[in-house]
Design a binder for this molecule. Structure first.
Ligand code: TYD
Ligand code: MG
Length: 455
């Protein structure tokens, strides 16, 4: 008589244990073990795999012929950029994001844009009518894009065999189940096994596979971390649902850098690539307003000019309030303390609100000077001269520190028609000798910036 075999898996890291334990020995988190049914002939599989691979021998690294990497153009510049120059054949790509952020839209739009390839869009979440409705909204048509509503991997592979697609998209990995296991869809063992099957398929046939994955409340891709280990690339699609901007960034990429960033705008007719983010992140005003400063930051490899808005007012209720959107609050408090101590501004009794426009988050230290200047401008109620921007870090003693890739930032500001940029004098010593059309003002201390702007 066959007996159902179960094991316990850590929700966090996917480690396995024959009995329940309170603390995971592998990732040290507490209370993460859950019971899962595992199929009894599971163990034999690894032996089978070994048998399959008997003809594989160790090879000298010098004798392995390098594959000339031909990447598939995804027809979407932002996706290409984030993937490191296009889709690598045979790669398994995971796209994570909160519900409703636009993962399905992004993938369907990419599928429909790949009009020269045969695309298979597998959905376990929506009906084919729903997909069709979305496609109509995006308003793209494609003669070789197939939609399959199926969740059992064995059937999916049968369809794939007859269809022979060039690209496979799975929406979402949490809905898939494999016959090999008895546990329910979305459980750790199912996610892991389905991803492993798809990975094997991708590697054997050189077909790229995109997996959509849900994100849990605490921001991790639902399912064990092991999913992130198995795939070649992990992309995060993020953004504030109240804003129209969406950011695609890679947190792991075996075929490119992880510092790249793709920016999209969610419109009524799908996602639009934003190729020049600076233009949309800087608001246009007829007259200069106080409390606004523009900083030259770098996101990934791209310089971007973003706007910081500050509002400084008297604290109405004893305790002053500090709030920051898109910027680290502790860093804001630190900058305010520097202003108070080194420059004698009595900001301790003021409310300070800070906002990075466009709903994006910045952690580039080069934005410090822009933040400080926006606060000062609001506090003094004097607008900053138009076409002026900033790129420097502020140190604890009020010194203006050097930052990386200053030339790139200056060039971007110049390109966008800025007339003046404040940088650290320590930066400027190095980049000296270059001739910019933009006026580069090297400064060493906050006081110098203050005098130059407001006196
Ligand atoms: P969706 O791709 O279904 O999100 P996910 O798969 O990540 O859960 O789309 C989410 C939102 O995008 C939805 O609330 C509607 C909006 N949307 C648009 O604004 N314009 C469009 O063209 C489409 C297709 C969706
Ligand atoms: Mg979806």
């Amino acid at each position: 008589m066959s007996k159902i075999k179960t094991a316990f898996f850590c929700k966090n890291c996917g480690a396995q244990s024959p009995k329940w334990i309170g603390k995971c020995p592998s990732c040290l988190s507490w209370n993460t073990y859950e019971e899962e049914v595992i199929h009894k002939d599971n163990e034999n599989k690894s032996l089978d795999k070994l048998a399959d691979k008997k003809n594989i021998k160790p090879t000298l690294i010098d004798e392995i012929s390098p594959r000339n990497e031909t990447r598939i153009d995804s027809k979407n510049n932002e996706v290409n950029r984030v993937l490191g120059g296009g889709i690598v054949p045979g790669s398994l790509i995971l796209i994570g994001g909160e519900p409703g952020i636009g993962k399905s839209t992004l993938m369907l739009q990419m599928a429909l844009e790949l009009s020269h390839l045969k695309v298979l869009y597998i959905t376990g979440e929506e009906s084919d009518q729903q997909i069709k409705m979305r496609a109509e909204r995006i308003n793209l048509s494609h003669s070789k894009c197939y939609v399959l509503t199926e969740t059992i991997t064995q059937y999916i592979f049968k369809h794939i065999e007859t269809l022979n697609p060039d690209i496979v998209i799975v929406d979402s990995i949490q809905t898939l189940t494999t016959n090999v296991l008895d546990s329910s869809a979305g459980s750790i063992s199912q996610i892991r096994e389905c991803a492993a099957e798809l990975n094997r398929f991708a590697k054997q046939t050189d077909t790229p596979v995109f997996l959509i994955g849900h994100i849990t409340k605490d921001g991790t891709i639902a399912g064990p971390k092991i999913l992130e280990h198995m795939v070649d690339t992990v992309l995060q699609f993020e953004g504030d649902r109240n804003y129209i901007y969406r950011i695609l960034r890679s947190t792991k990429n075996r075929f490119g850098s992880t510092s790249e960033l793709g920016i999209f705008e969610m419109l009524n007719s799908g996602l639009r690539e934003v190729s020049n983010p600076s233009e949309i992140l800087i608001s246009q005003f007829d007259e200069p307003l106080s409390g606004i400063a523009i900083s030259a930051t770098i996101e990934g490899m791209r310089p971007i000019l973003i706007e910081t808005q500050a509002l400084v007012g008297s604290a109405a209720y004893g305790t002053p309030q500090r709030s920051a959107t898109g910027f680290d609050l502790r860093r804001l408090n630190m900058l305010l303390a520097v202003l108070e101590k080194r420059c004698g501004f009595k900001l301790g009794i003021k409310d300070v609100f800070l906002n990075i426009t466009g709903g994006i988050k910045v952690d580039d230290p080069a934005i410090d000077l822009g933040v400080v200047v926006a606060v000062l401008s609001s506090s003094e109620d004097i607008p900053i001269a138009s076409k002026t921007c900033f790129a420097a870090e502020v140190g604890l003693s009020g010194e203006i520190r050097a930052i990386n890739r200053i030339e790139q930032r200056i060039t971007e500001a110049e390109k966008l028609g800025f007339k003046t940029i404040f940088v650290s004098k320590y930066n400027f010593q190095k980049s000296d000798g270059k001739n910019y059309k933009i006026k580069v003002i090297p400064v060493g201390k906050i006081e110098e910036v203050f005098t130059a702007l407001f006196r």
